[in-house]
Design a protein around this ligand. Structure first.
Ligand SMILES: C[S@@+](CC[C@H](N)C(=O)[O-])C[C@H]1O[C@@H](n2cnc3c(N)ncnc32)[C@H](O)[C@@H]1O
Length: 299
């Protein structure tokens, strides 16, 4: 299986999208993925608590990226005798994950497998828990990929997808320059970019994530949304994230083409530390975002 449009996109809302600026062999950037992992750390822990993986579980992360969730998974299962497999198609991501895990206490219980989610090397029913975050939407045939992930879950085990939810917000509606509602317009542009870029050439799946899990043969399908929320003073990780979130709309030509000139000028001012409108001079930013986890149980 290939991704829907590998060379033309990143994952969506949280990655840099520079062509040829430190991006990995498959277009993802381990550094920004690591920053995201730090940003979501508490949310990831809350999501994993809710999933209530059995102590000593055999777990796998499909599309592990920079490994931040893999580490949290290992923290949860390894002390009780569990094991974790980090799975990704990109050497760069497996290396980043290995580096992270080897700096901690769980190195002996985490293994690394390179391959395609569409055809994994694992036997049927290998894992108690499979987690995949923001990766399935990159697959050319998402349902085929989810079926493959479901295949490797043991009866009674869970497949969890962290996918689309309510996107990041941190600006007030009226920021004093340009037309109010900039973030609403960026959301509209995001949809157009996602459809024309990320999903281009992919098999359409015109149903929600809950239905995809059911179509993959899973039962007891459910979902839960966790909120990422932060107010000033922001951490460096949060500031970097918000900066990237805006900058991608002016740095990347495909995205820039979806904005009108007025909004592009506003974004340039927001990102200019010398401007009176520099976004991080504002005292009223409020970072919030929904993180949704969809779960199905193998029969
Ligand atoms: C957008 S990143 C998400 C990383 C991390 N899970 C997160 O939520 O931040 C997608 C990851 O999936 C990997 N990936 C994409 N398509 C894949 C495929 N078909 N098989 C295996 N890994 C894939 C990429 O190399 C990348 O590490």
């Amino acid at each position: 299986m290939t991704t829907a449009n590998h060379h033309e996109h990143d994952h969506g809302q949280a990655h840099d999208h520079h062509h040829g600026h430190g991006r990995g062999e498959h277009g993802f950037n381990a550094e920004s993925l690591r920053n995201n992992d730090l940003l979501y750390r508490d949310v990831y822990r809350a999501a994993l608590d809710w999933l209530d993986a059995p102590p000593g579980a055999s777990a796998m992360e499909a599309g592990c990226g920079a490994g931040g969730f893999t580490e949290i998974l290992a923290d949860a299962v390894v002390p009780h005798g569990g094991t974790v497999v980090a799975f990704d198609e990109a050497h760069e991501m497996l290396d980043a994950t290995r580096e992270l895990i080897e700096s901690g206490p769980h190195a002996a219980s985490v293994t690394y497998e390179r391959g395609d989610i569409g055809a994994t090397p694992f036997a049927d029913g290998t894992f108690d828990l499979v987690w995949s975050s923001r990766t399935v939407h990159h697959l050319a045939d998402q349902l085929a990929g989810v079926r493959e992930l479901a295949r490797v879950v043991r009866g009674g085990g869970k497949l969890t997808l962290r996918e689309g939810s309510i996107r990041t917000r941190f600006l007030p509606d009226d920021i004093g320059i340009g037309e109010p509602g900039l973030e609403d317009r960026l959301d509209v542009a995001f949809h157009r970019w996602f459809t024309a870029g990320v999903r281009a050439g992919g098999v359409r799946y015109p149903f929600g994530w809950t239905q995809m899990l059911r179509d993959a043969g899973l039962t007891d399908v459910t979902a839960r949304t966790f909120m990422l929320e932060a107010l000033p003073p922001f951490t460096d990780v949060q500031i970097a994230y918000m900066g990237r979130h805006l900058r991608r709309w002016v740095d990347n030509d495909d995205r820039r083409a979806l904005l009108d000139d007025g909004d592009a000028d506003v974004l340039t001012s927001l990102l200019d530390p010398a401007s009176t409108h520099y976004v991080f001079k504002r005292p009223d930013l409020y970072l919030h975002e929904m993180v949704t986890v969809y779960v199905g149980t193998a029969p």
